[in-house]
Design a protein around this ligand. Structure first.
Ligand SMILES: NC(=O)c1ccc[n+]([C@@H]2O[C@H](COP(=O)([O-])OP(=O)(O)OC[C@H]3O[C@@H](n4cnc5c(N)ncnc54)[C@H](OP(=O)(O)O)[C@@H]3O)[C@@H](O)[C@H]2O)c1
Length: 305
């Protein structure tokens, strides 16, 4: 099968190449999915799991990409809950070959049904940003209606989903980002916007929840904005400063079939929209991940037309 592979961590996305790889075989409780569309987060190439297995052994050449939408073509030994021919979408294991390929072997529990009226391109854009936003807001952040949420990077893939889900849940949403992101962030549901380069972050006052996708100095300063009893949730590693009288949580997103179902239902009924920028073929994927200039929105690779 055709796949994008990486062998050299230092090369970043420039080191991606299109190659021929053996088709994957299904293990216990796996399915094989014929991939129609795949999502990729550039920071994957910094994650140890792209380069080594769970015992820290080299696993290159590895196939990156962890979001997929496609059709089940085979079941592994003992696999239940999905059937051959079913449309699915989901989040692939960080430590296994991923989704920038024609086929992937993936545990069935990492997938959910993709309704027939949701395009594969949209399906592939949802798992990481959707599940990260959901788990950060509702599991780790325990968000309730009436609370205030500071959403960093509110025009980005994760932040735009956080802003929309938080608004729908009845929260007051303050988005942040670059000056050029203001209109996009407000369009995704932020009621206020802080331009991190030109406004004073501390002017937002105290909030119940901070959702941090930026970290560094912004993350540290955000700890001081959390109300007593509030929470700082980070998806960019362990927090460097903790709220004086609140919780700090950093987490890595996990697959969850029920949550994928909640997320895709919101896309179907118009409560949630994804921010897709470039759509490219597998043959053009390397160029799409190495654009000359920054392009807004998520890049999705359409493996099958
Ligand atoms: N732990 C997890 O499970 C998990 C899951 C998903 C994502 N992540 C991580 O979360 C981060 C965000 O992911 P994403 O897919 O949402 O990325 P993204 O689409 O690039 O969104 C990030 C947004 O924040 C903005 N931003 C970044 N630094 C900024 C700064 N210093 N000042 C103002 N705006 C800034 C970006 O603007 P520019 O594009 O202009 O820089 C962009 O709009 C990544 O590091 C990713 O690895 C972690």
């Amino acid at each position: 099968m055709k796949a994008i592979i990486v062998t050299d961590q230092a090369a970043g996305t420039a080191g991606m190449t299109l190659a021929e790889r053996p088709e994957p075989q299904p293990a216990i409780n796996d399915v094989i999915v014929e991939i129609h569309a795949s999502g990729f987060v550039p920071t994957e190439l910094e994650w140890p799991s792209t380069w080594t297995d769970r015992l820290d052994r080299d696993r290159t050449p590895s196939i990156p990409g962890h979001e997929l939408a496609g059709v089940v073509t085979a079941l592994g030994y003992g696999t239940t809950g999905l059937s051959v021919g079913q449309r699915v979408f989901g989040l692939a294991d960080w430590y296994r070959d991923g989704t920038l390929a024609e086929f992937v072997a993936i545990e069935a529990r990492n997938l959910a049904a993709l309704p027939g009226d949701v395009d594969f391109t949209v399906g592939a854009s949802l798992p990481i940003s959707g599940l990260t936003a959901w788990q950060g807001l509702f599991e780790h952040g325990r968000l309730r209606a009436g609370q205030s949420v500071l959403v960093h990077g509110a025009a980005g893939a994760v932040g735009s989903t956080v802003a929309q889900l938080a608004r729908e849940a009845g929260a007051y949403v303050i988005g942040t980002g670059r000056a050029a992101d203001r209109q996009a962030a407000l369009g995704f549901g932020a009621q206020e916007f802080v331009d991190l380069a030109n406004d004073v972050l501390e002017d937002v006052g105290a909030v119940d929840l901070v959702f941090d996708v930026i970290g560094g100095d912004i993350g540290k300063r955000s700890a001081g904005l959390v109300h007593a009893g509030g929470t700082l949730v980070s998806v960019v590693g362990p927090v460097e400063a903790r709220p004086a009288d609140g919780l700090a949580v950093d987490f890595v997103v996990e697959a969850d079939r029920a949550q994928l179902g909640e997320i895709v239902q919101r896309v179907r009924d118009g409560r949630l929209r994804t921010h897709i920028g470039t759509v490219a073929t597998l043959d053009d994927a390397v160029a799409a991940f190495n654009p000359g200039e920054r392009r807004p929105g998520k890049t999705i690779i359409r493996i099958r037309p």
